[in-house]
Design a protein around this ligand. Structure first.
Ligand code: NAI
Length: 342
């Protein structure tokens, strides 16, 4: 193992093909929470009250000051409870720590939807192998999430690399319980007759074949762990067409079928497999490829009148992975602002 320049707390180990293919976090510092903690709010209240004690004023002024300080202390408390309430509720699908002791793999976890899923799983106690080909993005995620993140650099379109990743998760994390097969690209935009052959192949490799490779190796690992749950990231375009996206639409439709097949094969072995169908979500997949006016038009295609947020997809995904979803398998769940209902 060698230390990579500029990757504090991270080491890079050579992969199956002699090139670096995973990052193993060793001691990234825990991230400081952004919301005010209860103890900080208490400190603020005591601070305000100590002002009163230290002020040398007559009793009439003192009473007025006491009222003012009580009001201020109340405001601090309300601010604190709002802030920590928001921090606690964002993206939560159930009780805190519902994934304690579990190990998950999230492919495409360095950006967008995958990053939101990885954050939520980690927040709820899960150890998350964040699998992505973007090493810089992995480092950022590892530093942000802290000890529950296990960054792993991989090309999911390569079956051998996927097999090695599952072996890594079992060896280094003690097993595999959950998986979100999410990595994907949008591919070229062209009508079917003009669609480039290499673009077709690339979209199929990354958006469809990779999910088959992942499930092929995840399922035996989950059987060894006594069961598990998988979510495959499809799209609304897993059930309807979209002009100039033949490869993406075909891959996502096939992904729904692949999900149903695996679900019925392993339902009695304690493994649930579902697909999620997001509408258009505000992530780099869209923002890197489309200008602002196109994004506005696309937002308007949703009855809700806006693009979705990655956290909204993560909430559904984490619910499907969780115990309360124990009777849900083989199904395809939309999170699309009403897009497909039209
Ligand atoms: P994103 O571009 O923000 O993130 C995708 C991640 O996948 C990136 O970190 C990228 O490095 C990684 N990735 C791509 N190819 C890879 C490969 N061969 N090996 C390893 N990692 C690879 O995209 P976003 O929006 O978060 O998309 C995630 C999934 O959600 C994709 O499957 C996409 O098709 C699907 N989706 C996205 C929608 C959207 O509007 N953003 C709508 C519906 C579905």
């Amino acid at each position: 193992m060698r230390q990579r320049p500029g990757t504090q707390g991270l080491t890079v180990a050579p992969g199956a093909r002699g090139r670096p293919n995973h990052l193993t976090k060793i001691n990234a510092p825990p991230k400081t929470p952004r919301s005010m903690s209860p103890s900080r709010a208490e400190d603020a209240r005591h601070g305000l009250q100590s002002i009163l004690v230290n002020l040398d004023v007559d009793s009439g002024s003192s009473n007025l000051l006491r009222v003012a300080i009580d009001l201020a202390a109340g405001a601090v408390n309300r601010l604190m409870s709002n802030q920590s309430g928001a921090a606690l509720s964002i993206g939560r699908t159930g009780m805190a720590g519902q994934f304690d002791g579990k190990v998950a793999i999230v492919t495409g976890g360095a950006s967008g939807i995958g990053a939101a899923v990885a954050r939520q799983l980690a927040r709820e106690g899960c150890r998350v192998v964040i699998a992505d080909r973007d090493s810089a993005g992995l480092e950022i995620m590892a530093a942000e999430i802290g000890r529950n993140a296990v960054p792993y650099e991989i090309n999911v379109a390569d079956a051998l690399e996927v097999e090695a990743m599952i072996g890594f998760a079992e060896r280094e994390c003690g097993g595999l319980n959950l998986a979100v097969n999410n990595a994907g690209i949008s591919g070229p935009a062209a009508p079917t007759a003009d669609y480039p052959l290499d673009g077709w192949q690339q979209v199929m490799d990354i958006n469809l074949n990779s999910v088959f490779y992942c499930m092929k190796y995840e399922i035996p690992a989950m059987l060894r762990a006594g069961g598990g749950a998988i979510v495959n990231m499809a799209s609304i375009l897993g059930s309807v067409g979209f002009a100039n996206s033949p490869a993406y639409v075909a891959a996502k439709h096939a992904l729904v079928g692949l999900t149903q097949n695996a679900a019925i094969e392993y339902a009695r072995h304690g493994i649930r497999v579902n697909a999620v169908g997001p509408g258009f979500i505000d992530t780099p997949l869209l923002s890197k490829n489309l200008d602002q006016s196109t994004l506005s038009i696309i937002a308007g295609l949703h009855p809700i009148g806006r693009l979705g947020r990655a956290e909204e997809v993560a909430a559904l995904t984490c619910f499907l992975l969780s115990e309360p979803a124990s009777f849900i398998t083989g199904s395809y769940h939309l999170v699309d602002g009403g897009y497909v209902a039209q």
